[in-house]
Design a binder for this molecule. Sequence first.
Ligand SMILES: O=P(O)(O)OC[C@H]1O[C@H](OP(=O)(O)OP(=O)(O)O)[C@H](O)[C@@H]1O
Ligand SMILES: Nc1ncnc2[nH]cnc12
Ligand SMILES: [Mg+2]
Length: 186
Amino acid sequence: MSTEQEISVLAKELKANLRQFPNFPSEGILFEDFLPIFSKPELFQKLLKAFQLHVGNAKVDYVVGLESRGFLFGPSLALALNAGFVPIRKPGKLPGPTFQVEFQKEYGSDKFEIQQDTLPAGSKVLVVDDILATGGSAFAAGELVKKSGAEVIEYLFVMELDFLKGRDKLGAPVFTLLSGQDEKFQ
Ligand SMILES: O=P(O)(O)OC[C@H]1O[C@H](OP(=O)(O)OP(=O)(O)O)[C@H](O)[C@@H]1O
Ligand SMILES: Nc1ncnc2[nH]cnc12
Ligand SMILES: [Mg+2]
């Protein structure tokens, strides 16, 4: 079996364990709930395995995870890749000097922060999160990595809302493990 085939077998099983909630958290959103993956260790292992297979032998110094859902598997993936883990958090949560970026979400704006002394200049970073929607969060994360003097080598997501075209905002390759939503939920 090729690596791609192996990933696709794992992805199929993971996908079968997701749940969807129409009109959550607001009307017109089909919410993808990936929490069931973490309630079963064999599924969590498969999630990590699939990302590990995708990353292969690429040199990764740090996995950068986005609060909140990127924290659910970012540190485990970092450990599996023998890389460090660095969090990007919502504002006012991180002590010491931080870099901050404001970004647009589907409705309104938000801020993300990273501690200034955590990513060494020139280090190779994977940015990970559960869902790529508008791309606002991931774009902001990329800006924070750049401000740190490090480099995003790839963005990894469990799923993508394709119709929002978030990947077009991002300046590095984007990998999504599971097929997502092609069109807006009515
Ligand atoms: O591509 P975007 O339009 O930026 O949206 C994607 C982000 O939205 C959700 O996070 P959210 O901040 O809503 O909640 P969380 O704290 O549960 O992760 C999701 O987990 C992604 O991080
Ligand atoms: N449809 C969706 N499901 C889960 N998380 C999301 N974050 C943004 N859009 C989402
Ligand atoms: Mg999130």
